[in-house]
Design a protein around this ligand. Structure first.
Ligand code: ADP
Length: 507
């Protein structure tokens, strides 16, 4: 924490106080610079949140010459961005070219629009898709390293998903955080943005921040005020861990559903933007990840096993019938809806996903999954079936049928793309139980394609920018896998560029 020796806190205009002041004619008096609030410290740009979006924004603003402060309320940088699988979908990457995979931003856009089911804000999607390759190059420049193969994630028409060598988003957030430090970004951990400070004219000119904050103790720490001459970038992520709020949007997403998110994904940044008039966009569009396991908490080990092995190279069956029940590579919403349809008398009937010895070659989490018993190994298909109470005969018949379809390269059952599929015949077999968890909020605050925050009346809130999961509309009803990294990095950088273009206020 840094206190300016010259700072004297004469008065503060928090969001609500600013509105009241304007209503009482205070606005006219405050136009006088002598009446401007005094801050403990003043920056050009303040970025709130240290996930993909926040780190990209801070780095971009700093490289652009701004004096930047980055705030993170938790004990560590990275948020959800650090704890996901580090999967990054890029249109037209050099790795796709190396493996002869034809792709283009237009093709990726078409896939994302299809998955969005008519709800996507296409102007925002276009920014993300067109910016995905430059964003990938941006990560390379800051030291991120990727595996030397391309994965085929659900809902994408071709393999286009790259993955960090660490198999986590930390493989991106860590180097970006280091680069932020190198480029002079001032970074505060355990610093929670608490209120906006508005000028009498309604421009965001600073923040009230709780330093030495101890999540989730809202009274912990001490309050400081920081001014932002060019603007504030909100990159505070989603609200999957705010059960009350998510239940208001969708009552089915109650306490019984776990989440893949870190505990701090409570949506407080979003709520603050809404409270100063930010426009809510599709807040009830909340995504469940279809690849998670009921046998472990959070994102766990099974998620990656399924995305890299179980789904593209195996099959998933209903344990009551031994039969497949959906396209294992459909988009997340289609798979999640199919899995949740397996409820019986209000109770989940967990399906089982499995692949064979060839299918697990790239599954980095297999070893630990076996160690913790969330993935199980079987020498025979019959043993696998018995262990999960699956009727043996129909199950073996289903596997035979699937193998025949792989040989024909035609999934007549569910029309899955079989480009990575394999004949499931090499023991041992590896299996896990599956049940969805709350994963990503497609909805959030409305933004322009320059990442300016919309007000409910369609105007913009001057001095306020937002990027990443806290924003709404880009992905419509269902975000495709690997596209949160593209979204966060692309829009984070755009938010910073927009802030730098804004005429500064003198504070
Ligand atoms: P994205 O992928 O959109 O960048 P993440 O969830 O990865 O989102 O990162 C958002 C980060 O913002 C998290 O690390 C979270 O702890 C942080 N954050 C959320 N609300 C606040 C707040 N009020 N003050 C400071 N940091 C916040």
């Amino acid at each position: 924490m840094n206190n300016s020796s010259t700072s004297r806190r004469r008065f503060l205009l928090s969001g609500a106080m600013g509105a009241a002041a304007a209503a009482t004619g205070f606005a006219a008096r405050a136009a006088d610079a002598s009446a401007a609030p005094a801050f403990d410290k003043v920056y050009d740009v303040i970025v709130v949140g240290s996930g993909f979006a926040g780190l990209a924004a801070a780095l971009e603003a700093s490289i652009g010459g701004a004096k930047v402060l980055l705030l993170e309320k938790m004990h560590a940088y990275g948020g959800n961005s650090a704890i996901n699988g580090g999967a990054f979908s890029v249109a037209g990457s050099p790795l796709q070219k190396k493996y002869g995979i034809k792709d283009s931003p237009e093709q990726m856009l078409a896939d994302m629009i299809r998955s969005g089911r008519g709800l996507s804000h296409v102007d925002l999607l276009k920014m993300v898709v067109e910016g995905s390759l430059p964003a990938y190059e941006f990560t390379l420049r800051h030291g991120v390293k990727y595996k030397d193969f391309v994965q085929h994630f659900g809902g994408h028409s071709v393999p286009r998903t790259l993955q960090t060598i660490e198999s986590t988003g930390g493989g991106i957030t860590r180097p970006l955080a280091e680069s932020c430090k190198k480029h002079g970004v001032e970074m505060h951990l355990r610093a929670k943005m608490e209120e906006f400070i508005l000028s009498p004219a309604g421009r965001v000119i600073g923040l009230k921040v709780r330093e030495r904050y101890e999540f989730p103790n809202e009274a912990s720490g001490v309050l400081q005020t920081y001014g932002a001459r060019r603007g504030v970038v909100m990159a505070t992520g989603g609200f999957s861990r705010n059960i009350w709020f998510r239940k208001q949007q969708d009552p089915q997403l109650d306490e019984r559903l776990d989440s893949t998110n870190h505990p701090g994904a409570t949506g407080d940044g979003l709520l603050k933007m809404l409270s100063i008039g930010g426009a809510p966009v599709q807040i009830d569009q909340i995504q469940l990840g279809p690849w998670t396991s009921p046998d472990e908490r959070g994102f766990g080990l099974v998620s990656q096993f399924n995305t890299i092995a179980g789904f593209p190279m195996g099959i998933m069956v209903d344990v009551r019938t031994g039969r497949r029940f959906c396209n294992e590579l459909a988009d997340r919403k289609e798979r999640t809806d199919a899995i949740l349809g397996l409820m019986e008398n209000g109770k989940p009937v967990y399906p089982v996903c499995f692949t064979d010895a060839k299918g697990v070659a790239k599954a980095q989490t297999l070893k630990n999954g076996l160690k913790y018993g969330v993935i199980k190994k079987f020498d025979k298909l019959e043993d696998l079936a018995k262990a999960y109470g699956i009727p043996v005969e129909p199950f073996v018949k289903q596997v035979d049928e699937f193998n025949a379809m792989v040989k024909q390269k035609n999934d007549t059952q569910f029309h899955r793309a079989l480009d990575l599929a394999i004949v499931l015949d090499k023991a041992p077999f590896y299996a896990c139980r599956v049940w969805p968890k709350v994963h990503y909020c497609m909805g959030g605050v409305g933004i322009t394609k320059n990442a300016e925050v919309y007000k409910v009346d369609g105007s913009i809130i001057p001095g306020l920018f937002a990027a990443g999961e806290v924003t709404g509309g880009t992905h419509g009803a269902s975000r495709l896998g690997g596209c949160a990294i593209a979204d966060g990095l692309v829009m984070g950088r755009i938010a910073a560029q927009s802030a730098l273009k804004l005429a500064p206020v003198s504070l």
